[in-house]
Design a protein around this ligand. Structure first.
Ligand SMILES: [Zn+2]
Ligand SMILES: [Zn+2]
Length: 342
């Protein structure tokens, strides 16, 4: 049989020799510091809670910051809580927390409050962004002397899309800057793996050659070598839609992928694939942008009659099975003969 050292009552269980009532009397079971500083990034608006930057609303951030600072006495077990929040001014809040606790099977509640102050800060990714930080450069070049404006636009859109997609779950990934340089574009990136993945993506989409070269730029604080990687992506001169010469035959390039491409023979309209290693032998006969429009005069099953785009004579053109000619069709001159480019 125990008895309480304070009030003398008989009690089944005791804490530090006291009955539960005497032990609880005047004791703070929970505590909060006088104030808690809550860092918020002035650039992206995220809050630093626990040990990381999170995107959430202000009220949630203030409450979480307060709750993270709460101490609960070890003899008490947490059951539930109620929280109230009061704005003192837009950057200072009073948070009061009622915590329901279990002490030796006895339910009780304790109140504590603190002041949460917002402090301006800049998160690491933002400070890197603002500081023009980069660790890799993607150099987009063309086999031709200049990267055409269309290709520039197309590849940059692909790069921006891809970075936006990857950055959804990782805001350490970003484009620091893009720079138009003679012969192409340089894209400065926050991460080496990002540069690598973009180079691969472009290489697969265009059957482009890539080359990576590291450059030692210094050492980290713990003495490790620090590198920047440059990924050169040289886009081939050919492009989907161009008329190319493939093994001596005139063909339309219909698709390009990481493993090669496909071409459509303009003489017999048969399509076949070209291995990646053979792609570099393709010679451009006519860029797709330079193909001539010919007005369609008549249509029959295997043929259409068009007006020759340069001498205006009537020309019969063979068409592939199932080809639906519109008002005009794309054509190309090969050895002074007009051919359809379906
Ligand atoms: Zn007692
Ligand atoms: Zn930020």
């Amino acid at each position: 049989m125990n008895f309480c050292v304070k009030c003398g009552c008989d009690c089944e269980e005791s804490l530090e020799g006291m009955c539960i009532d005497c032990w609880l009397n005047g004791r703070k079971l929970t505590s909060l510091p006088h104030h808690v500083d809550l860092k918020t990034c002035t650039n992206c608006g995220e809050f630093y809670i626990g040990d990381r930057w999170v995107r959430t609303d202000l009220e949630d951030a203030v409450i979480k910051a307060a709750l993270n600072a709460r101490d609960i006495l070890k003899d008490a077990d947490y059951l539930a809580q109620e929280v109230s929040l009061e704005e003192n001014d837009p950057r200072v809040y009073t948070v009061t927390v009622w915590t329901h606790l279990d002490v030796m099977g006895h339910e009780t509640e304790d109140e504590a409050s603190t002041i949460v102050r917002l402090k301006n800060s800049v998160c690491k990714p933002c400070s890197r962004k603002l500081g023009s930080y980069y660790t890799s450069i993607l150099q987009i070049r063309s086999g031709a002397k200049e990267l055409s404006p269309e290709l520039k636009e197309e590849t940059l859109a692909m790069v921006e899309d891809s970075v936006a997609r990857q950055a959804v779950n990782n805001k350490q990934l970003f484009i620091t800057k893009m720079e138009i340089v003679p012969g192409g574009v340089d894209v400065y990136l926050s991460s080496i793996s990002l540069g690598k993945s973009l180079a691969k993506e472009l290489s697969d989409a265009y059957c482009a050659e890539t080359k990576e070269s590291p450059k030692l730029v210094g050492q980290t604080s713990d003495g490790q070598d620090m590198y920047r990687l440059t990924y050169l992506v040289r886009l081939p001169e050919y492009h989907v839609g161009d008329v190319v010469v493939c093994e001596g035959r005139y063909c339309k390039l219909t698709s390009v992928s990481g493993i090669g491409g496909r071409v459509l023979d303009l003489m017999n309209f048969r399509e076949h694939s070209v291995r990646r290693s053979e792609m570099e032998d393709l010679r451009i006969h006519e860029k797709s942008a330079d193909l001539m429009d010919a007005t369609v005069i008549n249509r029959s099953e295997n043929e259409i009659q068009v007006m020759h785009p340069s001498n205006y004579s009537m020309v019969d053109l063979r068409v592939p099975e199932g080809f639906e000619a519109g008002e005009t069709v794309k054509t190309v001159m090969i050895d002074d003969v007009l051919y359809l480019v379906p």
